[in-house]
Ligand binder design. Structure first.
Ligand SMILES: NC(=O)c1ccc[n+]([C@@H]2O[C@H](COP(=O)([O-])OP(=O)(O)OC[C@H]3O[C@@H](n4cnc5c(N)ncnc54)[C@H](OP(=O)(O)O)[C@@H]3O)[C@@H](O)[C@H]2O)c1
Length: 336
């Protein structure tokens, strides 16, 4: 007889490109956690539910306050792996007093979620996780930054393969970004800027020394890393690598270089460079980030359940723990 008393986590968008992998990562981490895989197409969700076990497909209607779920639906958390511009999914979690994860917000998007929290601050934990790689990059960077007493600058260069594209929801977000609010957020010499012109691009060198012209993005990693380290310069720039430029024998993997400058405990100022190379496309680590955050919020790993509040990944997850899980996933991380 099953002694499972855990309530299900509702994963909206759980059958998408990132969602499927987040659901599988959660299942690996938490074999006993019941999952509801939510979307419009329940056939797609049901196939995945059968594959991972202890899961059900549920039809989610974001046009309804009850999300189209039965009145007695009893969930332990709501993970939203798509841009819900109605915010009904977060309100639903807040009304039930359970944690929620918002995965698709750029830095300029978070106003309405912040207001929802400000309106009922003691009601439920809300995790803003629109960060690069579901918060993994920020946590890895914070782990690496521990060698400094003071961090002066954090410059991240990300190289996506041309064929590393997400599903329709991800394309919709990129279109929203390029059409709506083109200015990226950076911190430059102590000031937060919505950068334009030359400030919005940066040449960075990949692992093999190739120079790439990256473009900055308005990602939540910038305010998170600035808040956690007070580095005066923080930016993330991304470039797309054509298939023809793939290193020999490699597929559509992801490459990230992290340049840090700062002062050590001995008073030495230095610059260090780390590389993160994943043979997998970016949805792999992003899904891992979402899964690690979800189990942490619920108190199924790393400590007691996270209390009501507005949270960022660095406030709830331990960087060293995340680095261990990242290495286990087959991603290589080293000092160059
Ligand atoms: N923070 C990060 O690290 C990170 C990384 C990668 C992607 N993302 C974001 O994650 C999101 C998902 O990307 P993806 O590549 O997985 O896209 P995707 O493959 O299109 O997945 C979208 C999922 O949402 C469901 N969905 C779409 N519209 C819906 C609606 N109106 N009501 C209910 N369910 C709906 C889809 O299922 P149905 O078709 O059955 O409805 C599908 O399961 C995007 O917003 C992307 O920008 C964030």
């Amino acid at each position: 007889m099953s002694t499972n008393t855990l309530k299900p986590v509702l994963v909206i968008g759980g059958s998408g490109v990132v969602g499927r992998r987040a659901v599988k990562a959660l299942r690996r981490l938490q074999p006993e956690l019941p999952l509801w895989i939510g979307g419009r197409d329940t056939n797609k969700a049901a196939t995945l539910a059968r594959e991972v076990g202890l899961a059900e497909a549920v039809r989610v209607d974001l046009e309804r306050d009850d999300l189209g779920l039965p009145p007695d639906a009893d969930v332990s958390g709501v993970v939203v792996l798509l841009k819900d511009d109605t915010l009904r999914s977060l309100k639903y979690a807040q009304a039930k007093g359970v944690p929620s994860v918002s995965f698709s917000d750029f830095a300029f998007d978070i106003g309405p979620a912040v207001a929802l929290h400000a309106h009922r601050p003691a009601r439920a934990p809300i995790l803003l996780l629109g960060h690069f790689l579901g918060g993994v990059m920020t946590l890895v960077t914070l782990h690496l930054a521990r060698e400094f007493k003071v961090v002066h600058s954090i410059e991240v260069g990300g190289l996506f393969d041309e064929e590393d594209v997400g599903g329709p929801a991800a394309s919709g977000d990129m279109e929203r970004l390029t059409k709506g609010v083109p200015s990226p957020l950076i911190r430059h010499e102590g000031r937060f800027l919505w950068a334009s012109g030359d400030e919005a691009t940066r040449v960075f060198h990949g692992v093999d020394g190739t120079a790439w012209t990256g473009r900055a993005y308005p990602l939540l990693d910038v305010p998170s890393l600035a808040a956690a380290t007070d580095a005066r310069t923080v930016r993330l720039d991304f470039a797309v690598r054509p298939v023809a430029a793939r290193p020999p024998g490699q597929g559509a993997g992801l490459e990230v270089v992290i340049d840090l400058t700062g002062e050590t405990a001995e008073g030495v100022t230095k610059r260090v460079r780390h590389a993160l190379v994943d043979p997998d496309v970016h949805s792999g680590l992003s899904a891992l980030g979402a899964a690690l955050a979800t189990e942490r919020l619920l108190g199924l790993a790393g400590g007691a359940p996270v209390g009501p509040g507005l949270h960022h990944p660095e406030g709830v997850l331990d960087p060293a723990y995340v680095v261990e899980r990242v290495r286990e996933s087959g991603t290589r991380l080293w000092k160059m």
